[in-house]
Design a protein around this ligand. Sequence first.
Ligand code: CTP
Ligand code: MG
Length: 237
Amino acid sequence: MIPAAGRGVRLGPGAPKALRALGGTPMLVHAVQAMSASRAVSLVVVVAPPGGAEEVRRLLEEHPLPERTDVLVVPGGDTRQESVRRGIEALPDGVDVVLVHDAARPLVPVGTVDAVIAAVQAGAPAVVPALPLADTVKEVEPRPDGGAEPVVGTPARARLRAVQTPQGFDRATLVRAHEAVAVEGEGATDDAGMVERLGAPVVVVPGHEEAFKVTRPLDLVLAEAVLARRRATDGDV
Ligand code: CTP
Ligand code: MG
């Protein structure tokens, strides 16, 4: 499932983020292609921007997927958590392993997708791809008045991981997490975190630098560069 219903406020004004072009092709199309590159993926559920389901269907018809891959498009909600919930509701019977992948991570390599699937198939109820951090992280006491924020702690960097998507789940575990955790404020930004709140185990597999999330304008520059490098080395991506 690909939540793609966000506006992309941090990217700046323009079309909904998932529909913005990368190498001439909408980011969402890259993300769908990245997931369907895995032989284990038989269905991609796209959670579309509000009012954008028809446009997404048309885009996906213009960019055919492998024959083994079916596509369903459903409208998203106000928060990512709500969008994922709508995607879950659209899952047909018989689907036992569910990956949740941000449309905003269009360049995830198929090896990462396959590693997540393999770990779920090996018995983990929830799996996240993750990378060690380059920066040291501080916890602060936020100051809404804009004043200098006091530091309250520095977790040991070696124990921290930045998590990416696709996150993989045993379907029943993901359903249970979304039933148990109510949407608060902007909602959960991480499905695995909701599983943790159930008390169920979550494990990590190696993530990939190219699975970074396109969030701010500089990320688009990086994504274009990664795509250009791939096109130069593979010929046709
Ligand atoms: N998402 C969604 N529905 C929402 C909000 C987010 O499906 N109501 C999706 C986004 O489309 C994206 C993924 O969740 O693929 C990760 O969210 P994020 O990177 O935060 O994207 P946006 O919410 O679009 O960006 P911003 O927070 O800058 O507005
Ligand atoms: Mg967001």
